[in-house]
Design a protein around this ligand. Structure first.
Ligand SMILES: Nc1ncnc2[nH]cnc12
Ligand SMILES: [Zn+2]
Length: 349
């Protein structure tokens, strides 16, 4: 569905407030990537975990990444402080609080069980802590929150299949599966069997593709894995036939501007291709990816993008928020209610 709403002309100076106020869905964030350095140190102390950084400041200084892998090495080290159900709960509640402050009405959070089960943490501990946080945030703050289990693509497909089996007793606590970690050299087709099994189970399917990897990886995410959304997908602009396919099938791209800048996918936010994606009719959305590592949560992604990337207008802002609600896996009635709220924020602007 595309929008028929006529977006009113809005002065550029009023855009930041509008970007902040608009109701939006976050469809691409890794909950382990919301661990702020302060929380890493607090949990390390609570659990007696030794860190290789002496202070919060020293850890923060290490956040100077050159590519995806240089980030992942630090991200997995940070996640090593998570041991108990309460740790997973506290991490997710802290993120959901921040999301509510940014007028996120729906969040579909990725989690990486293998990062924890490989260290001896039980699947049950991970899923129960995260799930309880979603339930409590929904009840107390009104945000709609759901979980997507991601397989680590640098590990084997057998490990992914075992992870799926271990998670199936908690099938009602996650809505779908995804594919993340080191992209180049680990193409989507490596996970064909596990995604086929997830499809049979009626799980939603998404995968990271075209973050650093080539357009071919986006094609195989679509044609081999049968994903419903592509995470990142910004390399798709290199293949006009792929752009047409994504537009025709209305496959959403969950784009992460600050992440792309921090991991040097684009030299500067000013060089980001999101306007090109939107103007080609693709269902692009804005997301924070790993907000504690990349310099901001949802509203910072929106406000910095609109301040720095040329040519983005109120019409693009509306389209991005509308797309996020439309591409979410929420109930149709909820999506329509949020889209109505979105229209009314723009009408009053
Ligand atoms: N941006 C990203 N790409 C791939 N895997 C990730 N895991 C956490 N953040 C990621
Ligand atoms: Zn990601």
């Amino acid at each position: 569905m595309t929008t028929t709403f006529q977006v009113p002309d809005i002065e550029a100076s009023r855009l930041p407030a509008l970007l902040e106020a608009m109701p939006k869905a976050e469809l691409h964030m890794h909950i382990e990537g919301s661990l702020e350095p302060e929380m890493i140190f607090r949990l390390a102390q609570r659990n007696g975990v030794k860190l290789s950084y002496a202070s919060v400041e020293e850890l923060r200084k290490a956040y100077a990444f050159t590519d995806l892998q240089s980030f992942l090495d630090i991200y997995y080290a940070g996640a090593s402080v998570l041991l108990t159900e309460q740790d997973f709960y506290d991490m997710a509640r802290a993120y959901l609080d921040r999301a509510v402050a940014d007028n996120v009405v729906r969040s579909e959070m990725f989690f990486d069980p293998q990062t924890h089960t490989e260290r001896g943490v039980a699947m049950e501990t991970v899923i129960n802590g995260l799930h309880r946080a979603c339930v409590d945030a929904e009840r107390e703050q009104g945000i709609s929150a759901a979980l997507i289990l991601c397989f680590l693509r640098h590990l084997s497909e057998d490990s992914a299949l075992q992870t799926l089996e271990a998670a199936l007793p908690f099938r009602d606590r996650f809505i779908g599966v995804g594919l993340d970690s080191s992209e180049v050299g680990n193409p989507p087709e490596k996970f064909a069997r596990v995604f086929a099994r997830c499809r049979e189970l009626g799980l939603h399917l998404v995968a990271h593709a075209g973050e650093e990897g080539p357009p071919e990886y986006v094609w195989s995410a679509l044609d081999v894995l049968h994903v419903e959304r592509v995470d990142h997908g910004v390399q798709s602009v290199r293949d006009p036939a792929l752009m047409q396919r994504l537009a025709k099938d209305r496959i959403a791209l969950t784009v992460c501007p600050l992440s792309n800048e921090k991991l040097c996918v684009f030299p500067r936010l000013a060089d980001h291709n999101i306007r090109q994606l939107l103007d080609a009719g693709l269902v692009a959305t804005v997301n924070s990816d790993d907000p504690a590592y990349f310099g901001g949560y949802m509203n910072t992604n929106f406000t910095r993008l609109f301040a720095e990337a040329p040519g983005l207008t109120a019409r693009h802002a509306y389209q991005l928020a509308f797309n996020s609600l439309e591409a979410s896996f929420a109930e149709r009635a909820d999506k329509e209610r949020w889209q109505q709220q979105l229209r009314s924020v723009f009408e009053k602007a």
